[in-house]
Design a protein around this ligand. Structure first.
Ligand code: KG4
Ligand code: ZN
Length: 352
């Protein structure tokens, strides 16, 4: 019997049973990660190997270096995830992998490794969208969470507000017109001389500053739920240059706090508005920027005032990881969405 036939039969059996333990692989950017996840909700093990120190000296992710490091890391990371779960490859039911969006060379490493494992062990291969993975981190963190809900996905490459109508069914409510939220945080951090990725460092620094020291513009966008961050970034850069030209001290903590305040107001205002106006009862946060302390606190306050339940993953599940891919993979498997050995990386893959 061919691999394809066996994998499809196995997928059908798992679907009928409604249970699956999935080995998931993530390599879309600068983290090589693997996890074992049961039934989309329970993380048995999760291993993340970050490449951040390798890229920091270049001020951003260098795709070629990322690919090479993924090649080195993927096997040991998978082995470690299986070992921590106390399992062998034969013990998992299926293999899930991020196939886009992301850096093509980086994605290809994870996709190739997942294909090899699936083929060798005769297991179904499940293709997962990285953005759907971020949304699904909330299923891991909140076992009672079920669609429908509205989700703000804010990461280094994406800023979307989506309505999750059902597992795998999304309606795009808004998105960024230019920079992603995480990109804006990283660029603002760079102006302050913070190393890549500056988002978490800017977050930390901002706790010591005055958020009202600088007034940054609330950028208007044509769509009610759309974002624009490039105006905010330019306003920040101009303000810093002006201070420097005038020979004035640049109070880094005040600038960080002012930027964070403006970005968080923008992100939370629109996400809460979108949730309220679409009749949702729950708003979820996802993506690396969802680990921002200001965004978590401010959105929580606004949700309480609006009678919305706010859910968000713990910070370690907001930034890139494979547990979220294992969760998304489970729901894809339950819908019968598996891939063949012709699965390819799709760097520009969209969620909707
Ligand atoms: O989701 P993620 O790990 O990778 C992508 O899919 O892009 O997001 C990484 C982004 C980076 O831009 C990083 O600076 C930002 O998330 N980030 C933060 C914080 N933690 C991570 N931005 C602001 N505050 C944070 N605490
Ligand atoms: Zn991500």
């Amino acid at each position: 019997m061919s691999y394809e036939t066996q994998a499809r039969e196995q997928a059908e059996r798992l679907r009928a049973a409604g249970h699956a333990t999935i080995l998931a692989i993530e390599s879309s950017c600068d983290e090589t990660a693997a996890a074992v996840v049961r039934d989309g909700r329970e993380v048995i093990s999760s291993v993340i190997s970050s490449q951040i120190p390798l890229h920091a000296m270049y001020g951003g992710v260098v795709p070629e270096i990322a690919s090479r490091k993924h090649v080195e890391s993927v096997d040991p990371v998978v082995d470690e995830a299986l070992a921590k779960a106390g399992m062998r490859l034969e013990d998992v039911d299926a293999i899930a992998v991020t196939y886009g969006p992301g850096l093509v060379g980086a994605l290809l490493i994870g996709v190739s490794a997942a294909k090899a494992l699936a083929f060798a062990a005769n297991k179904p291969l499940i293709p997962v969208n990285h953005i759907e993975g971020h949304v699904s981190a909330n299923y891991v963190a909140h076992p009672d969470l079920v669609p429908p809900f509205v989700c703000l996905v804010a990461s280094g490459g994406h800023s979307h507000i989506v309505r999750v109508d059902d597992y795998g069914v999304y309606t795009l409510l808004g998105q960024t017109m230019d920079d992603a939220a995480g990109e804006a945080f990283d660029k603002a951090a760079r102006v302050l001389g913070l190393p890549y990725p500056g988002g978490p460092l800017l977050d930390k620094l901002s706790r010591e500053g005055n958020p009202h020291a600088l007034t940054l513009p609330h950028v208007k966008t044509p769509g009610r739920y759309d974002y624009s961050f490039s105006g905010l970034k330019t306003a920040l850069i101009n303000a810093v240059h002006k201070l420097r030209q005038n020979g004035q001290d640049v109070p880094a903590a005040d600038i960080a706090a002012s930027f964070q305040y403006a970005a968080v107001e923008l992100l939370s205002d629109k996400a809460v508005l979108a949730a309220k106006e679409s009749g949702a009862k729950v708003l979820a946060l996802a993506g690396g920027v969802a680990s921002n302390s200001g965004l978590r606190n401010t959105t929580n306050d606004k949700c309480q005032r609006s009678g919305l339940r706010l859910v968000m993953p713990p910070p370690i599940l907001c930034t890139d990881n494979a547990a979220m891919i294992g969760s998304a993979g489970f729901y894809r498997l339950m819908r019968g969405e598996i891939a063949g050995m012709d699965l390819n990386a799709m760097p520009g893959l969209r969620l909707v």
